[in-house]
Design a protein around this ligand. Structure first.
Ligand code: MEV
Length: 440
């Protein structure tokens, strides 16, 4: 029974007190929550401290989609996902493409950015005049912060003034670009931007020869952008159309490829389909992001904006048939890290990266894109042949049987019974009930 009153000072309460404050049924709830806590105190403490007000752990399956041949390297890709069939679909596509030339991938660019948003009341021309000196101060004042990153080959790549004063009175941006090497770089970028904001505030306060209104400078905010159109990866598969002959019994490779092309084209044309199509891509991408300790919300936001870059939301993929070659490509911005953040802190994220051979961020971009393409290829393959439910229903049935607490024999009979029937909760429940009644 949950409590409904406002709780003050919640974060300061102990874990036990937090449960007391949340529920009238604390003892029972505490024991349920405790049953999901780790025995290993050191690891549990670590998880408790990753975020705030932690009561327990929320488990998700950590699985592997094996046999991804990407640029002639073989990877077994870790995936964390709650949805059944995603890992099965990725594995099935990986196997198919491993036998047909593998995945090709290329990192196009690795630049990320952030902005200092500010207002300034002077003339734009004056701001442009001041820019070289201001930039000098910005580089100088962030020198210490960027030292390590520069030593690793990254750092600030450019500083640009963006005039948005037509959109909002006196509004400008300092648009700063970064190369953060193998780290996702959020903390690095935000620290640099906040330092730049301080430097600018000081600059406009103390710079000689400024009129009164030219000292009227205000920082609104300083933050990285999760949109990284210049941190881009491409991944594609291709084969002769005849190599698709075996994809679906009774369907030639040519018929399959042409139908697949139409399905892919529909996702470029229609926003309703594009959303679901891209969701299927992110089934794979998010699962790898989670398994490697990357920020899947940032990744999704980034991908969806990229998908809308022409002004209309579209699919992230493109299919073509040219000179008898079927080609299917995914292009998207992916900002990932393989050092820092959760990547080394979370024991399973660390393991996930080890399983991939401790890739660089660039390598992980290609691996992750391949997982996204594999899932999407698998979805389209099913959609244009058997329909999606056939594959899904097997896993759905297994989930339903588990929720009905079916034992081994009940599961065996149910799988046989539903092999060629439509699965629904009520049908499965009725079937299990009928077995149990017979046994009484
Ligand atoms: C389900 O999670 C994803 C799909 O709907 C994707 C698609 O329709 O392309 C199967």
């Amino acid at each position: 029974m949950r409590r409904k009153e406002i709780i003050s000072g919640f974060s300061k309460l102990s874990r036990e007190e937090k449960v007391d404050a949340l529920t009238h049924n604390a003892e029972k709830i505490r024991s349920q929550l405790d049953s999901f806590r780790l025995q290993n105190k050191e690891q549990q403490d670590l998880l408790d401290e990753i975020s705030e007000n932690t009561l327990s752990n929320f488990y998700l399956p950590f699985g592997v989609a094996p046999n991804f041949a990407i640029n002639n390297h073989l990877y077994h890709i870790p995936m964390v996902i709650e949805e059944s069939s995603v890992i099965a679909a990725a594995s099935r596509s990986a196997k198919f493409w491993a036998e047909h030339g593998g995945f090709n991938a290329r990192v196009v660019s690795v630049i990320k950015s952030g902005q200092v948003h500010f207002t300034w009341k002077g003339e734009k021309a004056k701001l442009l005049d001041l820019l070289p000196e201001l930039k000098y101060e910005l580089y100088r004042s962030t020198k210490e912060l960027t030292r390590n990153m520069r030593q690793r080959g990254g750092g600030i790549q450019g500083i640009k003034l963006v005039d948005l004063s037509e959109e909002m009175n006196n509004y400008y941006q300092l648009h700063v670009t970064f190369d953060t090497m193998d780290s996702m770089g959020a903390n690095f970028i935000n620290s640099c931007l906040e330092q730049m904001a301080k430097t600018m505030t000081k600059f406009f306060k103390y710079y000689k020869d400024l009129k009164e209104e030219e000292r009227d400078f205000e920082v609104i905010m300083s933050i990285l952008s999760n949109y990284t159109p210049d941190c881009l990866v491409e991944c594609w598969v291709e084969c002769d159309v005849e190599e698709l002959d075996k994809i679906q019994p009774g369907m030639s490779g040519k018929v399959f490829a042409e139908k697949f092309m139409k399905a892919a084209k529909i996702a470029e044309l229609d926003v309703y389909r594009a959303t679901t199509h891209n969701k299927g891509i992110f089934n794979g991408i998010d699962a790898v992001a989670l398994a490697t300790g990357n920020d899947f919300r940032a990744i999704e936001a980034n991908g969806h904006v990229w998908a809308s870059k022409t002004g209309r939301y579209k699919s992230l993929t493109h299919a073509s048939i040219s000179y008898n070659k079927f080609r299917y490509q995914l292009t998207l911005p992916l900002s990932l890290g393989t050092v820092g953040g959760l990547t080394n802190l979370h024991p399973l994220a660390k393991f996930g990266l080890e399983l991939l051979g401790k890739p660089s961020a660039k390598e992980l971009m290609m691996i992750t894109a391949a997982a996204g393409l594999a899932n999407n290829f698998g979805a389209l393959r099913s959609l244009v042949t058997t329909g999606i439910q056939q594959g899904h229903m097997k896993m759905h049935l297994s989930n339903l049987l588990n929720s009905l607490k079916a034992d081994y024999e009940e599961k065996r009979q149910a799988i046989e019974y539903f092999a060629h029937k439509t699965v629904s909760y009520s049908e499965v429940e009725a079937f299990i009930k009928s077995i149990r009644t017979k046994l009484q």
